[in-house]
Every structure is written in structure tokens, then in C-alpha cells.
Design a protein around this ligand. Structure first.
Ligand SMILES: *Cc1c(COP(=O)(O)O)cnc(C)c1O
Length: 431
């Protein structure tokens, strides 16, 4: 709404930001399901090839997707955003917008497995090197990872699946001392639990597939730019020198604080085309509308289930940053004051066999390759995402054979606990 006051809170932004309704417009953002946009004259079309001042082709922009982009940018406190067809595409483009063959970037090693493979294997094939660092190492040690060709730093607010909480301010400081931006994957926290830009992050990426979509309907991603990084510091000539593929546009001059997203859209999205369909954005928007109230309940249910695991002698260890005795609790109090999401990781007594028996006995919780689903779901990393490793290698990688990733959903929490109890009771009978 054009008359939306500037200082409204997240709940209000989730319902109103991005969609500028005028007299007689549909109350709900419509799905503009069209690949094309028409113009009065050929001269106008030609102008767009110099400077895309309106939508021209849905490979890189669309009115429905634009509403969602504006809403997410607003929620993160950013200047602009660009949606992508998956979270993987968001991470890929966030890096490719800064690094070319021969460049490097620094990433913490506690990141999502798909991102790890993208960085360590696929980007390496393109000649871009990712230097992994231990997120808990001291600043001096992390500084050693930087080279002349280092162009970015990457980390996850609340890591999937490790559930560690990143010291955002430390990483922002290290990145900025080296003249490069900090990119944060904020998927598990969502902007409701943490806004990384307020702690110094420059770029934020999401897999919107998870809590943002919230209903397990549509895979998607987004890149948000804070608009605050100084691309004219000498390390980013592609931002400050004419782009011959766009009639000599100089992104920092033409777009100012919107330079990063403008370049990502005009170079990467135009050429690689991983843009979501209007209908996908429409579905994502439905999820976003209720994100704040859903996150609150995920955090409540997550904490209740984590406490149950902690207090039960059938489980050996539980990781959940919302628990008072979790090693990341102090940091979570600072960066995630509203809660630690719904994902809990727990190690059952009895190793792999017990984990599989417990999971198979669950009736409510789905066995699926997803996380942050609206429905409670479980995954056994040792036999799924980390399947290729032996038990010894699993322990070395920090994945106990008895580890279960328990993604607490929005069912009544007593029903979730009852499901856990009936599965444990069934295991007892089978002993
Ligand atoms: C799932 C996930 C991704 C990848 O997103 P997709 O939408 O599955 O491509 C990236 N980062 C994190 C933290 C994730 O959980």
C-alpha cells in the first residue's frame, strides 16, 4: 500500500509491503502469468535493451515476483531483492555476481550440504575457489584465509543441519577489514528471528522453500542486498567499469545503492535464467503473509520438543540453541532473541539401528527429504544426506550414526510428543 507508514512492524509488512494497491485494484496481489509485456513503439522496445526501466520479459522480472521481492527486501531491511527459482540458485548467483574464474571467497564450513557441494565442487569446476574456515576460529586465524583475489565471505545465521549460531558481527568485521561483503544465508532464522543486515551483513540469501513458503508447496530462493556495501573500493571493477553487454552501463553510477541487484538481474538472470514463475511467487506470498505468527509457534514447539529430548534418558544428546544449556545459547540470545526455529537435532541411545527404529515407529512425523516443513518431519543424516560415509567417517564429520534431524511442525505439540512416546514404547516392546 502506498500509504503504508515507514516504521510498521514485521506482521504488518508481511501483509502489506510490496503491493501498491490503487483505487479499484484487486485486494490480493494478482498472478501476472505472462511471459511478455507489450509496448506502443519499436523505439520504446529498443530503449529497454539499453536500460530495462519496465518489465520486458519474464526470464528476469515479472510484476507478481516483484511484489514478493519488495516485501522480502523490506522485511530484511534491504534496498532491493531478486527472487530465484531455488535456494541453490540464490547462493550461486550471490557468489557469481562477485567472483569470476580465478577469484576466491571464504565460507564457514558449517553450511548446508547442498551449498557445500556447490562451493567445493561445482564452483571449483568454474575456477572459483572456496576457502573454508572454522566459524569458531579466532579472527587472526580466519584472516589467513584471505588472498588478493578474495571477493566475499559466506556463512549461515543458524546452520543447517549443525544448528550452530554464527557470530555475525565478528564475520562482518573480518569481511569489511578485507574490503569484501558478508553474504549470510538466513534460511532457518528468517527475517522474523534475525535480520543479519542490522549486524553488518551486506547480502542476505534464502531458500524460501523452507519457513518462508512454509507450506512445502514451492521451491524458491531470494537474494537481498543491503545497499550499503561500497563497490567503488577498487576490488570490484565489474561494478565500476562499463558493462559492454548493457551498452556500457556502469552499475554503481546508474543504480547507486541498487547496483548489486541490478547487476545480478541484468547479467546473471538475463543470461542464466533461473527466475521463478508468477504462480510460484504467488504461493510464496501466501506463506509470507503468516510468517511471523508461524515462526513464533515453531519456536515454542521446537523448544518444548527439545526439552522433552533433553529430559528423556532414551536420548543421549540434543542440540537446540533455544535450550539454556546449549553451547550456542548465549549467542542465540543476542542474534535470535525471538527463538531458535523448529529444527532440533537429537542423538538417540543405541546408534543407527535405534535411530531407524524410532523414526520408522513415528506415525505423525513424515519421513521425507525436507526440513522446516509445516508438518513435523524427520531425516536420518547417516543414511540419507551423509549416506556415502562409513560410521567412523560419520563421527569424524560430526554426524553421529544415531543423529536424527527432527523438524518440529505446527501440529499441536502434545500430539507431537505423544507420537514420540508411542514410538519409544513400541521400540521397548520389540526389545
Ligand atoms: C534448503 C537449503 C538451501 C537450498 O535451497 P533449495 O531451495 O533447496 O535449493 C540453502 N540453504 C539452506 C540453509 C537450506 O536449508
Amino acid at each position: 500500500m502506498s500509504n503504508l507508514p515507514k516504521n510498521v512492524r514485521d506482521e504488518t509488512k508481511c501483509l502489506h509491503s510490496g503491493y501498491d494497491r490503487k483505487n479499484g485494484d484487486p485486494g490480493v496481489m494478482p498472478i501476472v502469468q505472462s511471459t511478455t509485456y507489450v509496448f506502443d513503439t519499436t523505439e520504446r522496445v529498443a530503449e529497454l535493451f539499453d536500460m530495462p526501466t519496465s518489465h520486458m520479459y519474464s526470464r528476469f522480472s515479472n510484476p507478481t515476483v516483484e511484489v514478493v521481492e519488495k516485501k522480502i527486501a523490506d522485511l530484511e531491511g534491504g534496498a532491493a531483492a531478486m527472487c530465484t527459482s531455488s535456494g541453490q540458485a540464490a547462493s550461486l548467483f550471490a557468489i557469481l555476481n562477485l567472483c569470476k574464474s580465478g577469484d576466491s571467497f571464504v565460507s564457514t564450513s558449517t553450511i548446508y550440504g547442498g551449498t557445500l557441494n556447490l562451493f567445493a565442487v561445482s564452483l571449483k569446476r568454474l575456477g572459483i575457489e572456496c576457502i573454508f574456515v572454522d566459524a569458531e576460529a579466532d579472527e587472526e586465524t580466519i584472516q589467513k584465509a584471505f588472498r588478493e583475489n578474495t571477493k566475499a565471505v559466506f556463512g549461515e545465521t543458524l546452520a543447517n543441519p549443525a544448528l550452530t549460531v554464527l557470530d555475525l558481527e565478528k564475520f562482518a568485521r573480518i569481511a569489511h577489514e578485507n574490503g569484501v561483503p558478508l553474504i549470510i544465508d538466513n534460511t532457518f532464522a528468517t527475517p522474523i528471528l534475525c535480520k543479519p543486515i542490522t549486524y553488518g551483513a551486506d547480502i542476505v540469501v534464502h531458500s524460501t522453500t523452507k519457513y518462508m513458503d512454509g507450506h512445502a508447496l514451492q521451491v524458491g530462493g531470494v537474494i537481498v542486498d543491503s545497499g550499503r556495501f561500497d563497490w567503488t573500493n577498487g576490488k570490484f571493477p565489474e561494478f565500476t567499469e562499463p558493462d559492454n553487454s548493457y551498452h556500457g552501463v556502469v552499475y554503481t553510477e546508474e543504480f547507486g545503492p541498487l547496483a548489486y541487484i541490478a547487476k545480478a538481474r541484468m547479467q546473471l538472470m538475463r543470461d542464466f535464467g533461473a527466475y521463478p514463475a508468477a504462480h510460484s511467487a504467488f504461493l510464496l506470498n501466501i506463506g509470507l503473509e503468516t510468517l511471523p505468527i508461524r515462526m513464533e509457534r515453531y519456536c515454542q514447539n521446537g523448544l518444548t520438543v527439545a526439552r522433552y529430548f533433553r529430559d528423556s534418558d532414551r536420548f543421549r544428546a540434543v542440540r537446540y540453541a533455544g535450550l539454556e544449556d546449549d553451547p550456542y545459547h548465549e549467542r542465540a540470545k543476542k542474534y535470535l532473541p525471538g527463538g531458535a526455529c523448529g529444527v532440533v537435532s537429537v542423538i538417540i541411545e543405541g546408534g543407527r539401528e535405534a535411530a531407524l527404529a524410532f523414526m520408522n515407529g513415528l506415525q505423525l512425523a513424515s519421513k521425507e527429504v525436507h526440513v522446516a516443513d509445516i508438518r513435523t518431519c524427520v531425516l536420518h543424516p547417516a543414511s540419507a544426506t551423509h549416506r556415502q560415509l562409513t560410521d567412523e567417517q560419520l563421527v569424524a564429520a560430526g554426524v553421529d550414526p544415531g543423529l536424527i534431524r527432527f523438524s518440529v511442525g505446527l501440529e499441536n505439540v502434545d500430539d507431537i510428543l505423544a507420537d514420540i512416546e508411542q514410538s519409544l514404547a513400541r521400540m521397548e516392546q520389540n526389545l
